[in-house]
Design a protein around this ligand. Structure first.
Ligand code: ADP
Ligand code: MG
Length: 666
């Protein structure tokens, strides 16, 4: 066996020959004849990686999309959830880099963008597995880690798996980070990445990329928007939609059911469902972080008999990643999640997906239920619909070819948790606070939905809903409307928000930042014509929500001869949608004149003190956080329509090790 230089030369000669063979076979490959990965002209390194990872036969999307992508075509790949789209883009990425003989010195050659950190992490894991015999470098850039360390490594990384916000941060802040050699851009969950929530980041990223490149877009609900395709400068893209003519748009092994249930009954039904499925793995979707947190905190105290976890965007990254991995490992558990877990995640063997809150559209429905019944496995999905939602939702599900049937729940199996929740709220003010926030956030999310045939706030039994959360009455809500271009509504909840993870809650509903001048134009439908006290105004300056003291509110109501202890809900045009008696309980959230001025004045003073404490604590926490995380990323994840938030967090350990695995091959 030749040694040293001679041996390297022989290897190079072998590889050159292999390269020549592979590229000539590619010209004639016929996808109809492909059954196994070994039927596709691929490098030995990729074939070995696939075999060692346990992949042998191709799936339909892999059979159709991989040859086209290997020939350099732009591909729009659409295939049902769980049908193997990840390898359909990762294999071409590895092969194009191999064929181009790129080395770590060339910097970024392929970019793979994912909408969430967990999905990026998962893609990176698969890349490490199937690409382990190759010699190029790969990196995971999802924020949270020390920016400096990442900056040093990123310049020598050939394949970057990232979230949009963190990538943009590097484009802005990392000297010598260029994408001039970029050959391939991949957007996984492309329609999500191209929608409004990411538009700013994606437009800025695309501006920094060379126009001459190959682009691959994949999703189960693919975009066909000409505008999107123009934005990405696609060149004569090949639309590969392997299930377009399938009878149904969801996996055939997935059994889908729905029940009709009143809003105040939802938690009872959910708890009862958990109690009768304690040996299974359940993924449960709710509409907001607040809902998830409240249900998680209360249900774990109620002990339904299986491990309970929660995953939502605002958790610290380390915690979020630990929960993700823990749920992957378990065979029986219930994970409560927001739509941060709706797309792409390949949790092994989820038995049931339960949608407690109706998804905002059919695409979200498809992605949520797609977390089960993945790659030839069975799975079940349960959608809980309120009577007001059922007709509209069933209609759109049918239009999108989703087979779903109604089932009834055995009433004997339904336990009521209402009195327990009421006891929690009575004993624990923090719990009551969460219940109140849950109430408000849920109404917000319904109000903001665009499909009014399905989401109708007018039809919600709000008082009963509040009781079902353990509250003695519904918190009062005010709807405010921006008098500017957009119909952006803000909600004001007369309670305090001291949840450290939720600092940006008031941001949740703003599509764009509200400037100081816009604020002065804000039209409050209660027509708040008396200016707030100076000290309060000072504290809320620059914030989207004006503080209104209870005394002022009482005076205003008296002036306007508003019937007290009545809750009024307005629509976008300022029309009264509903008026409801709140009752006179101490906790009603309505205004009780009987308590009169002295009580109110005291409450105001308390509010001011509390506000002062809150702001102080918030500043302290901010400073601390700033010190700790010199760096933050600014990925956005939307949870309710029009919502927007920042993620600031940290992750180390596993991700770092994975990154090194590929890097150590260099
Ligand atoms: P999608 O992105 O279409 O939702 P994934 O790429 O996440 O699907 O794949 C779903 C599951 O199928 C994963 O667990 C993956 O390992 C498995 N899988 C993908 N391709 C194959 C294949 N060719 N053979 C066996 N399993 C596969
Ligand atoms: Mg996927």
């Amino acid at each position: 066996m030749p040694r040293g230089k001679g041996r390297r030369k022989l290897r190079r000669d072998d590889e050159t020959r292999e390269l020549r063979d592979v590229s000539s076979q590619l010209e004639t490959v016929n996808s109809a004849e492909i059954v196994k990965f070994s039927d596709i002209p691929l490098s030995k390194k990729s074939l070995d990686g696939l075999r060692e990872s346990g992949y042998s036969e191709v799936t339909e999307i892999q059979r159709e999309a991989i040859p086209l992508a290997l020939q350099g075509r732009d591909v729009l790949g659409a295939a049902k959830t769980g049908s193997g789209k990840t390898l359909a883009f990762l294999i071409p990425v590895l092969e194009r880099l191999w064929a181009g003989q790129w080395t770590p010195l060339d910097g970024v050659v392929a970019l793979i963008i994912s909408p969430t950190r967990e999905l990026a992490y998962q893609i990176f894991e698969v890349l490490c597995k199937v690409g382990k015999n190759h010699d190029f470098s790969g990196g995971l850039v999802i924020g949270g880690k020390n920016l400096k360390e990442e900056q040093e490594r990123i310049q020598k990384t050939n394949i970057l798996v990232c979230t949009p916000g963190r990538l943009l941060q590097h484009m802005d802040q990392t000297a010598h980070f260029y994408c001039d050699n970029l050959q391939l851009l991949v957007l996984d969950e492309a329609d999500r990445i191209l929608d409004l929530g990411f538009s700013h980041a994606i437009n800025a990223i695309i501006e920094n990329l060379p126009k001459k490149r190959q682009t691959l877009l994949f999703s189960a609900t693919q975009t066909r928007s000409v505008r999107d395709l123009a934005r990405l400068s696609l060149r004569d893209p090949e639309y590969v939609s392997v299930h377009e003519n399938a009878r149904f748009s969801t996996p055939h092994q997935l059994k889908q059911k729905y029940i009709v249930c009143d809003l105040p009954e939802k938690l009872n039904v959910l708890f009862s469902f958990l109690k009768s499925h304690t040996k299974l793995k359940l993924l449960i979707f709710l509409s907001s972080c607040k809902q998830v947190k409240f249900v998680y905190e209360t249900f774990r105290r109620l002990r339904p008999g299986l491990p309970i976890m929660a995953l939502y965007g605002r958790q610290k990254q380390l915690k979020r990643m630990a929960i993700y991995e823990d749920f992957c490992r378990r065979s029986a558990a219930a994970l409560f999640a927001t739509d941060v877990a709706a797309r792409g995640l390949d949790f092994p063997a989820v038995h049931w997906v339960v949608q407690v809150d109706c998804p905002e559209n059919v695409d979200t429905y498809i992605h949520r239920v797609g977390r089960t019944a993945r790659y030839e496995k069975d799975g079940q999905a349960l959608l809980i619909l309120m009577p007001s939602e059922s007709e509209g939702m069933l209609k759109v599900l049918e239009e999108k070819r989703i087979p779903i049937e109604e089932i009834q729940i055995n009433p004997k199996k339904v336990f009521s948790v209402t009195s327990k929740l009421a006891a929690f709220c009575a004993q624990d003010t923090e719990m009551k606070h969460w219940a109140q926030r849950t109430f408000v956030t849920y109404l917000k999310s319904v109000y903001l939905q665009s499909n009014k045939d399905i989401f109708n706030i007018e039809k919600l039994p709000t008082d009963e809903f509040a009781l079902s959360l353990g509250l003695s009455a519904a918190p009062k809500i005010r709807f405010k409307k921006e008098s500017t271009r957009h119909d952006v509504c803000k909600f004001d909840f007369c309670g305090d928000d001291d949840d450290e993870e939720d600092d940006e809650d008031t941001e949740l509903l703003k599509l764009k930042p509200v400037s100081a001048t816009e604020l002065t134009e804000t039209e409050d439908f209660f027509d708040d014509d008396e200016p707030p006290r100076d000290n309060v105004r000072k504290k809320t300056k620059g914030s989207a929500i004006k503080a209104v003291t209870r005394v002022q509110a009482a005076k205003k109501l008296k002036r306007k001869r508003v019937q007290l202890n009545t809750k009024i809900v307005f629509d976008e045009e300022g029309q009264v949608l509903m008026e409801m008696k709140c009752g006179g309980e101490e906790d009603s959230g309505g205004i009780d004149v009987a308590e009169a001025e002295s009580g109110l004045r005291k409450a105001d003073r308390d509010d001011v003190d509390r506000e002062r404490e809150r702001v102080k604590a918030k500043h302290k926490a901010q400073k601390k956080r700033k010190r700790r995380h010199d760096n933050s990323d600014n990925d956005e994840e939307k949870e309710t329509s029009g919502s927007k938030k920042k993620l600031v967090s940290s992750d180390e350990g596993n991700l770092e090790q994975l990154a090194l695995k590929l890097l150590s091959n260099t």
